[in-house]
Design a protein around this ligand. Structure first.
Ligand SMILES: NC(=O)c1ccc[n+]([C@@H]2O[C@H](COP(=O)([O-])OP(=O)(O)OC[C@H]3O[C@@H](n4cnc5c(N)ncnc54)[C@H](OP(=O)(O)O)[C@@H]3O)[C@@H](O)[C@H]2O)c1
Length: 244
């Protein structure tokens, strides 16, 4: 059995794949541009690269893609350019989630498939009464109007929370919310909270992409960790950023 990673060519997706390989998993990755990938991946027998644009795959191809997977991890995000933000695929993250989950349900797996969604602290967990200031509400409202990727991230998290739900026969999920993303070479200490402990807009902390990859991989590998966070939206901060 294998782990499917989508958004694997991205800055966090690459870190997640490295962490999964270190942990000894078999991984398959759907990428549009294989030339972006590290050379070492091409000779790794535990990593299968599928060159395709995810949302262009047919429903049948999605079913085949997910058939041998016990887990799916999404690090999809919109490219930070005009086309990525305002072009087609405005619903990239939520459409990928919906179509992959439809494929899982059509496959009717014997035990539930784990879906780990990379999201953001800019998004609130609607199941909890997460307090934010009036000023932050106004900024988030503006982001909804101006930035389709923010709406996409919100809808993807809502899809799992409200449509897949807590008692789905075929899918379990965790939505991981990093704060301001940074790049680091090594996994460092990080903390996980059920809800943000600082303002994502006015007082954002830092979360390294490698730590996000490590936490997502640990969720898949460690049944106790999975059971702790399943159906929830944990927030991850680098420990070092909490003193600032
Ligand atoms: N920036 C922050 O501080 C911050 C904080 C918290 C959360 N986030 C969220 O974290 C997520 C990932 O961040 P990141 O920096 O790792 O992103 P990234 O480096 O931009 O990676 C995005 C990934 O999505 C893929 N992708 C983009 N458009 C696609 C499309 N139309 N079809 C298929 N694949 C597509 C990219 O593939 P290609 O390589 O082919 O383009 C890439 O693999 C984003 O959702 C972002 O909103 C960001």
């Amino acid at each position: 059995m294998t782990i499917l990673v989508v958004g694997a060519s991205g800055a966090t997706g690459r870190q997640l794949i490295e962490q999964l390989l270190i942990q000894g998993h078999n991984v398959k990755a759907v990428v549009r541009s294989p030339e972006k990938l590290p050379a070492s991946w091409k000779s790794n027998e535990r990593l299968k690269i599928i060159v395709a644009s995810l949302l262009d795959m047919s429903d049948k191809e999605m079913m085949e893609l997910t058939l041998d997977c016990h887990s799916i991890a999404s690090c999809l995000g919109h490219n930070i350019n005009w086309k990525g933000i305002y072009g087609q695929s405005r619903k990239l993250v939520v459409d990928a989630a919906r179509r992959l989950c439809n494929a899982i349900e059509a496959n009717k797996p014997e035990s539930p498939i784990k879906y780990v969604l990379m999201n953001t602290t800019g998004n609130r967990n609607g199941d909890l009464n997460e307090p934010i200031s009036f000023a932050q509400k106004c900024v988030i409202g503006l982001l909804r109007l101006l930035l389709p990727p923010h709406v996409d991230n919100e809808q993807a998290a809502d899809y799992f929370r409200t449509q897949v739900g807590q008692n789905n026969q075929f899918i379990e999920w965790v939505t991981v919310r990093p704060d301001g993303l940074i790049d680091e070479d090594q996994v460092t200490d990080y903390v996980i909270h059920p809800s943000p402990i600082r303002s994502a807009i006015f007082n954002a902390g830092k979360t390294s992409r490698i730590n996000v990859g490590n936490f997502m991989a640990n969720l898949i590998s460690d049944g106790n960790l999975w059971n702790k966070w399943k159906g929830r939206m944990p927030v991850i901060y680098n420990k070092s950023s909490l003193n600032n």
